[in-house]
Design a binder for this molecule. Sequence first.
Ligand code: PGA
Length: 245
Amino acid sequence: MTNKYMYFIANWKMYGGLNSLNSLHKVIKFFKTFKKNKQIKIIYCPPSILIRPMSKKLNKSNIEVGAQNCHENLSYGAFTGSINSIMLKSVGAKYVIIGHSENRQAGENDKLINLKIKSAIKSGLKVIFCIGETLKEKRKKITKQVLNKQIQLGLNNIRDKKKIIIAYEPVWSIGTGLIPGLNDLLDTVNFIKKKTSNFKVLYGGSVNPKNVHELKTISNIDGFLIGGASQDSKKFIDIIKKTYN
Ligand code: PGA
């Protein structure tokens, strides 16, 4: 894995304020001098209020910024509290996470996720499309059925693999410290690639500097979506370094 092009995507969730941007200089400096920097894409997805100041801070660093969700409508409208993909792009986002399990659990279904993905692509954003099974589904041994449904409905009528990166995030591994067995993960990522005609597939769920040496051995993974550990610049840098040595 260590010789391939890898994505490292930071999902800050609902954490962080203007002060949190102060530690980004460590990541900027690291990335400038890291030998493998041509083989890596780093993308930060902060809360949307930080997209603009973060884009300014990361200007000329080759580190990109994305959002964590968007409204499905491209026209403006009376949707209190919502932000659409055009707005996100206008403040500096290049990517948007869609279908995160925390939003699925809050009521987003596959059909809505499909509309969101289409609207984001129309606005010129690239999409980090999250899929994953719950613990109950894993125990019932229906992981592949669940993933297949999420893929078929979420990507209905979307086939442009340059615009979409899949993030496989088992719901039971997010924020729990648990990661899938390595053979299972290899098999699941292969399954996702087969069902999507070879889209890029990232792994997400409790990635940290300690377990990345195991995760990096999964040869078909194209990178990581990192939640908790990405809020700490040192840990985030450590994950990248350890992926390569
Ligand atoms: P975690 O979150 O790394 O804190 O488990 C990953 C995610 O939810 O994207």
